[in-house]
Write a protein that binds this ligand. Structure first.
Ligand SMILES: N[C@@H](CCC(=O)N[C@@H](CS)C(=O)NCC(=O)O)C(=O)O
Length: 198
């Protein structure tokens, strides 16, 4: 049984969405975390090394960091084809977009948010103005990052873009707007929203 360590309306919410897509058995364990306004504290029940969410535990084995959790879950629950398996076509593309999410895209957004210039040629990520065209190219021809195949990578990217939709950091793009609509209109997304509070 999978236990998801979760705080509502955070990066762990998207894993309720993924678990619903996978039709996997899971429990939600609500935890506290530190928050930006200084309230909140690391919950000793949360096995994440920094008390962040998401983390999952699978009969005692702990997995943390969104790309690792996404890959672990789609490998473990392959029935609905949410991620290409070892040896399957597009496995490499899938791993690349999963890793790019926390290795490049999130740092790119965070650099912009903090008004920090990304040092060219030395940082492991790039400015958001360079990252977003790469994602848009990845989404072409679409409709998903793996072409016709919806995957856990779209759960990460689609929910992030939905969250930033109104932000000035987000370049205006009809491709992204349509993509977000495709993701958030999925029945599993609606079910995940209903379960977000635990
Ligand atoms: N790289 C992590 C980031 C997780 C993360 O920062 N989660 C936030 C909630 S959206 C959190 O737990 N913050 C509490 C803290 O930083 O202590 C992942 O993608 O899984």
């Amino acid at each position: 049984m999978i236990t998801l360590y979760h705080r509502p309306r955070t990066r762990s919410s998207r894993f309720i969405f993924l678990l619903e897509e996978l039709e996997a058995p899971y429990l939600i364990r609500l935890v506290t975390t530190r928050t930006r306004d200084g309230t909140g504290a690391v919950d000793p029940a949360n096995p994440h090394p920094h008390g962040k969410v998401p983390a999952i535990s699978d009969d005692g084995e702990v997995v943390f960091e969104s790309p690792a959790i996404a890959l672990y879950l789609t490998d473990k629950f392959p029935k609905n084809g949410l991620g290409p398996l070892v040896g399957e076509r597009q496995r490499g593309t899938y791993l690349s977009w999963l890793s790019y999410y926390t290795g490049v895209l999130e740092p790119a957004f965070m650099s912009k948010f903090m008004n920090v210039e990304v040092p060219r040629g030395t940082a492991g990520w790039v400015a958001v103005e360079e990252a977003m065209p790469a994602v848009l190219q990845g989404l072409s021809p679409g409709p998903y990052l793996l072409g016709e195949r919806f995957s856990a990578a779209d759960v990460l990217y689609g929910t992030t873009f939905a969250m930033f939709a109104q932000s000035p950091m987000m370049p205006k793009s009809a491709v992204i707007d349509d993509y977000v609509q495709r993701i958030v209109s999925r029945p599993a997304y609606a079910r995940s929203q209903a379960r977000d509070n635990g």
